[in-house]
Design a protein around this ligand. Structure first.
Ligand code: CA
Length: 273
């Protein structure tokens, strides 16, 4: 009986121990479950924070992307604007250059016209001709002085104009001179003298006078002092022609020379052709 009681007591002890163990395990299980729930909550919270961070990152990335895209668009638009401005500037520059080229072409054309005009003027000057104020007859130049001088001064005056006192050696030349002499109603010294030898009339170039047109009764060497010749304006028959006169008297005079050019064609034609 005691043995059975002991066994029963042992069983009860074991049952209590099992119950205690079960209770501990249950308590621990509850505690573990609580801990697990806490961990799960922490994990969920951490996940939520991670999600927030990810969302924040995505938002930031999106914002940065939008910003970058906008900046690229702005840069592209700026680039297009600059390209348009460059194109406008290029077009303006081309237009201005074209205008300048046309101005230059016009200036060149005017310069060419001026050059041609200048060359024609030089060609005119290169032609042999009489100086202004000189009369032209049969390819010779004549001038009738307006002042009066003695024969020597008259001769020198002509020489100062690269000419000489007139030498008359043909009827047509005489007739031409007589027209002006008559119009001016003057007696003009001519380049005829017999001072070297009385009665031997020579022209200023040393040639002996062969064509003679003396007035009637001349030369008379009046008072043995008439060695220089004039051409008379008197239209009376006996006074028409030449007269020997006192070389010291003052008369107007007639100078004669060949036409001359002011410039030689060789001096400019190489620049004009
Ligand atoms: Ca005389």
């Amino acid at each position: 009986m005691n043995q059975m009681s002991d066994a029963s007591q042992n069983d009860q002890a074991i049952e209590r121990q099992c119950a205690d163990l079960l209770n501990r395990l249950l308590s621990e299980s509850v505690r573990n479950q609580t801990n697990l729930e806490g961990m799960l909550q922490n994990l969920a919270a951490a996940f939520a924070r991670t999600n927030d961070t990810a969302n924040s990152f995505c938002n930031t990335f999106r914002n940065v992307s939008v910003l970058l895209v906008n900046q690229m668009l702005d840069a592209f638009q700026n680039h297009q604007t600059i390209e348009r401005q460059n194109a406008d500037l290029l077009n303006r520059t081309l237009s201005e250059s074209e205008g300048k080229f046309q101005n230059l072409s016009s200036a060149f054309a005017r310069c060419n016209e001026t050059s041609n005009s200048l060359c024609n003027t030089l060609r005119d000057l290169s032609e042999s001709r009489c100086p202004r104020g000189w009369k032209v007859h049969n390819q010779k130049c004549y001038i009738f002085s307006t002042d009066q001088r003695n024969w020597d001064d008259a001769k020198q005056g002509c020489e100062c104009s690269n000419s000489h006192l007139i030498i008359i050696n043909a009827p047509e030349q005489q007739n031409f001179i007589i027209k002006t002499v008559k119009d001016n109603k003057e007696n003009y010294w001519i380049g005829l003298t017999d001072r070297a030898e009385e009665g031997k009339w020579k022209w200023v170039d040393g040639s002996t006078a062969s064509f003679l047109k003396w007035q009637t009764g001349q030369p008379d060497n009046y008072e043995d002092n008439e060695n220089c010749a004039t051409i008379s304006a008197n239209t009376k028959e006996q006074k028409f022609g030449w007269n020997d006169d006192n070389c010291g008297k003052s008369h107007p005079f007639i100078c004669e020379k060949l036409p001359q050019s002011h410039i030689a064609a060789a001096d400019f034609e190489e620049f004009c052709s």
